[in-house]
Design a protein around this ligand. Structure first.
Ligand code: FES
Length: 99
């Protein structure tokens, strides 16, 4: 799976919550990285079968990383940079397009 590469110098950090659990990461990381750091393999479930999906390509192609961010559905976690206080939550089933 994914693992973080260690850096030699200290970095500025950002704290977000993933499913209510606080997670601290270096500034510039993505919401998908926060999911992985929180130990969450599933960011959403599919609308029809409820199958679990989680970050896969990490570059905006597969759309398996859709999550709720600050209450907004259908956000691509791998394309969303984290900021202090961001709330990342699992998205269950179908959501309306645009909100
Ligand atoms: S992980 Fe594939 S689009 Fe985000």
């Amino acid at each position: 799976m994914f693992r973080r590469l260690e850096t030699a110098s200290p970095v500025e950090t950002v704290t977000v919550t993933v499913g209510g659990k606080p997670v601290t990461l270096p500034r510039g990381e993505t919401a998908a990285a926060a999911l992985v750091a929180a130990g969450e393999a599933t960011g959403r479930t599919t609308p029809i079968t409820g199958a679990p999906r989680g970050p896969y390509c990490m570059m905006g192609v597969c759309f398996d990383c859709l999550v709720m961010i600050d209450g907004a559905p259908n956000r691509q976690a791998c394309m969303t940079e984290i900021r202090d206080g961001m709330r990342i939550e699992r998205q269950v089933g179908a959501r309306r397009i645009g909100g």
